[in-house]
Design a binder for this molecule. Structure first.
Ligand code: NCD
Ligand code: ZN
Ligand code: ZN
Ligand code: ZN
Length: 425
């Protein structure tokens, strides 16, 4: 279809301050006109976006696509399908693959595979250390040249503070940054569930919040002293929020993300003894959830990242020690963020900012924007439509989420990438 007219949508684009009803005419993939009341003409496909929101597409800087090495959990095609169904057109995949993405050829492999699938932009993060073993730094400059958008050993923390300091300086000096999975392994030990009443009542090995909080503090201090950027992955505790608040006030170049599950689910998910609740960092208590919500509202937490972590059914059926941590998230971020809008933590503009503009800017890509002349890269969603999370509606290869069987409100209807419709819901 050469001409597509999106009629009556509420267009919200934080990039150029649009927040109003407009019609959008797309010709050969390019946004030709944004105006009130564009009349449909013959040969034009009309999308009725009445009651819907049209926004720039979303960016997720933290997903696990499991390629190479564990494509029985997810692959770049199924991961891309889940991404566009969630309204995303850019995803950054984590280097905790087999082998780890610690070499330029592996970085290029992921980019090429993503382009082959062609549904969205798939950008890799490179490993901080060789084999993610925490000892020897990777050739970050070469990885960056090959297309790595930042560096992390995610899945594991960089335990050695000297290595972390060197990595922060090196990444910063080449115009990139490190992101840390903050977990002091000597404190988390064999912990399975957040240390609190629920873990105690159920007899689950407790994982104390200090494991996260002390590491966030260390990384913030490294950011302060080196003057280089540090990004904190999946912030989940109230104390970590306070530490980040302090570091930002000190002028540190610290940024932080929060996952949809830490914004919405508590350790009460363990009450049915199902390891679908197992994730790293663990689901916390109400006070923590409240803290990360307000931090996202105020900007102390900069944006949402899903930490989409697919695992196979047989793996999530293992007993709690053996079961790998992680839950999927690409299709749930929008409804969970919309729920926070409904509960008045922030407005719709901030919702779009945390899903789209802010994460895109963090990885140095031009945020998608709804302006005349640009290629269409936008998401049309119905903020009031409800849908059920089940094996059919989940497009990921893995279905590991405590949300199975529940209803969510907020549904992506169309995702445009590179001028084309890549998802229709
Ligand atoms: C992630 C995974 O499965 O790779 N799991 C998780 O619980 N979040 C690793 C990670 O993000 O730390
Ligand atoms: Zn992690
Ligand atoms: Zn992760
Ligand atoms: Zn046990």
């Amino acid at each position: 279809m050469d001409l597509i007219l999106i009629k009556n949508g509420h267009v919200i684009d934080p990039e150029n301050n649009i927040n109003d009803k407009f019609d959008i005419l797309i010709e050969k993939g390019n946004i030709r006109r944004i105006d009130k009341n564009i009349e449909p003409f013959s040969g034009c496909e009309v999308i009725d976006a009445d009651e819907m929101i049209v926004s720039p597409s979303f960016t997720d800087i933290h997903v696990h696509l499991r390629d190479p090495g564990q494509t029985y959990k997810e692959d770049i095609r199924t991961g891309s399908m889940a991404a566009v169904a969630g309204g995303y057109t850019t995803v950054v995949c984590m280097p905790n693959t087999l082998p780890a993405l610690d070499d330029a050829s592996l970085i290029r492999y992921v980019i090429e595979k993503g382009e082959e699938v062609g549904l969205c932009r798939v950008l890799p993060a490179g490993a901080i250390t060789k084999g993610r073993r925490g000892k020897e730094l990777t050739e970050m400059a070469l990885l960056k040249d090959a297309g790595a958008v930042y560096f992390t050993d995610d899945g594991a923390p960089v335990m050695d503070s000297h290595v972390m300091r060197k990595a922060t300086e090196y990444a910063g000096s080449i115009g990139s940054f490190v992101a840390d999975h903050c977990e002091d392994l000597s404190l988390s030990e064999n912990g399975v569930a957040h240390e609190g009443e629920i873990a105690a009542a159920l007899g689950l090995p407790p994982l104390p919040p200090e494991a996260e909080d002390t590491m966030v503090a260390r990384d913030c201090i490294i950011a302060i002293h080196t003057g280089m950027p540090v990004h904190i992955c999946h912030v989940s505790t109230k104390v970590a929020v306070e530490v980040i608040t302090w570091a930002k006030a000190m002028g540190a170049e610290v940024t932080a993300e929060v996952t949809p599950h830490h914004l919405s689910l508590s350790d009460a998910e363990w009450l049915d003894f199902d390891c679908k609740a197992k994730v790293s960092p663990p689901l916390r208590e109400e006070e923590d959830i409240e803290a990360v919500r307000w931090a996202l509202s105020s900007g102390i937490i900069d944006f949402v990242a899903t930490d989409h972590a697919p695992h196979a059914h047989h793996e999530k059926m293992l007993e709690h020690h053996a079961c790998p941590p992680g839950m999927i998230g690409l299709q749930f971020a929008l409804p969970i963020v919309l729920e926070l809008v409904k509960k008045d933590y922030f407005d719709m503009k901030r919702a779009i900012e945390v899903l789209s503009t802010a994460p895109a800017r963090k990885i140095g890509i031009q945020p998608p924007s709804i302006v005349e002349g640009r290629k269409a890269e936008l998401t049309i969603f119905n903020p009031t439509e409800s849908w059920e999370v089940n094996e059919e509606s989940i497009l990921s290869k893995s279905k590991n989420t405590p949300l199975l069987g529940r209803k969510l409100i907020g549904k992506v209807k169309y995702t445009f990438y590179d001028g084309k419709i890549v998802y229709k819901g």
